[in-house]
Design a protein around this ligand. Structure first.
Ligand code: FAD
Length: 404
């Protein structure tokens, strides 16, 4: 019993609060929010929001009235330390909140570029609403963007910047884009599509310095000796999970806050969810830390269920999406560790899926402009079923039949 205090009002934190009330939890709920906005959706920050002109309200999960009606206390501020013996959370403001259960939903922060001039105003990152606002504001006055990192966020922003008429160069150290996340087939498709849109993608290179004059960025030098002019640099080189609060309280951390399959830390009164959590996964074997809305939201639901008496291990199937220009990528399952990829559909027709197998086990499906394949993949996984690589590659094979 006792109050549930949630640190971080992002996707995970918001969802725990909402799901707790939905399940009838009647004690105090506090949501500690260190951003100057009501809890909001992050994915549009690099997609629709940055492209459009809608106001911040368009991103909010719920209006302020929801929190009042549900008696979810939104507390502006930052959690500073945890007193585990006294079961109290200390805020940076000096305020102290006693907890029955503490939820760490602290997310992740951008990895910063360690180069001279990287802190100039023309060098931007993209994680929070304020970042997206700042980019939206400066883009009309910029001509040439260099984007460092060809991950999801870098490429989503690249596509938007190009649509807005900027010259765009993307730098990537790996030999292909989104190399850690998708198959070579999907990387190649997106490289081609971005190049068609006029984006220059430079693979196997690194930024070695940012040049500036009078505090304004003028260009970026590359590890291969080249120099690219630029008046805007956007950095998307990955994130670091926010584990410090947990670590300083003596909780085990590694590449995330370590939690078991119930999302509990070593302290039974403290759980961690979402981007900051390194969770034990019986389904996938070993520990996982994922960065997705699905992961944060489903973690939150699993934890809210446990805190209201329905204790089950976390066992949701991962899924993900990314919008880049006119293309929609959707991923069902975890497509890492495969030894065979079969394509369904035709990249030349801008609609195909990459089915990833390890032996005869289907690990996941990466779909491009094939929403039907994606939904099929999610339903197939939910039913713990599979189809053979031959069936996957055969367009005359009826996917719906495999779900019957
Ligand atoms: P977050 O949403 O990051 O929330 C954590 C919150 O905790 C933040 O507000 C942070 O400021 C706060 N916090 C941290 N420390 C403290 C403290 N000490 N005290 C108080 N508050 C604190 N995922 C997808 O599945 N699909 C997408 O298309 C997609 N696009 C994305 C685009 C962008 C630009 C970004 C940045 C992310 C995208 N993601 C996408 C990832 C997804 O948004 C994250 O996985 C998700 O937000 C994780 O939720 P979370 O609650 O764990 O963390």
């Amino acid at each position: 019993g006792g109050p549930v205090i949630i640190v971080g009002a992002g996707h995970g934190g918001y969802q725990v609060a909402a799901s707790l009330r939905q399940a009838g939890f009647s004690e105090r709920i506090c949501l500690i929010n260190d951003e100057a906005h009501l809890p909001y959706q992050r994915p549009p920050l690099s997609k629709a929001y940055i492209k459009g002109s809608a106001g911040p309200e368009s991103l909010m999960f719920r209006p302020e009235k929801f929190y009042q009606d549900q008696t979810i206390e939104l507390i502006a501020g930052r959690a500073a330390s945890i007193d585990r013996t006294g079961r109290k959370l200390h805020l940076a403001s000096g305020e102290t909140l006693p907890y029955g259960h503490l939820v760490l939903a602290t997310g992740a922060r951008n990895r910063l570029l360690d180069l001279p001039n990287a802190n100039l105003p023309d060098v931007k990152y993209l994680r929070i609403l304020d970042d997206s606002e700042a980019l939206r504001l400066v883009m009309p006055s910029k001509k040439r963007a260099v984007i460092i990192g060809a991950g999801f966020i870098g490429l989503e922003f690249a596509a938007t910047a190009r649509i807005k008429g900027l010259e765009v160069d993307v730098l990537e150290l790996a030999p292909r884009v989104m190399a850690r996340a998708v198959t070579a087939e999907v990387s190649e498709y997106f490289q081609e599509r971005h190049r068609e849109a006029g984006i220059r993608i430079h693979l196997g290179v690194q930024a070695t310095s940012i040049e500036a004059e009078g505090g304004k960025v003028t260009g970026v030098s590359l590890s291969d000796g080249r120099h690219l002019p630029a008046d805007l640099v956007v950095v998307g080189v990955g994130v670091l999970p926010n584990i410090e609060l947990a670590a300083e309280a003596g909780l085990p951390v590694a590449a995330g806050i370590i939690v078991d399959e119930y999302l509990a830390t070593a302290d039974p009164d403290i759980s961690a969810i979402g981007d900051c959590a390194l969770f034990a996964s019986p389904r996938f074997g070993g520990s996982l830390r994922l960065e997705s809305v699905q992961n944060a939201t489903d973690h939150a639901r699993c934890l809210a269920a446990r805190l209201t008496g329905d204790r089950k291990p976390y066992d949701s199937h991962p899924w993900f999406w990314s919008d880049q220009g006119d293309d929609k990528l959707q991923i069902a399952g975890l497509t890492t560790g495969y030894d065979r990829v079969v394509l369904r559909g035709d990249p030349a027709k801008k609609a195909f899926s990459a089915f990833c197998y390890k032996g005869d086990k289907l690990l996941g499906i990466e779909s491009i402009n094939r929403a039907g394949d994606h939904m099929f993949g999610r339903r197939l996984q939910a039913m713990d079923r599979t189809i053979t690589p031959e069936q996957a590659a055969d367009e005359s094979f009826d996917l719906k039949g495999a779900l019957a």
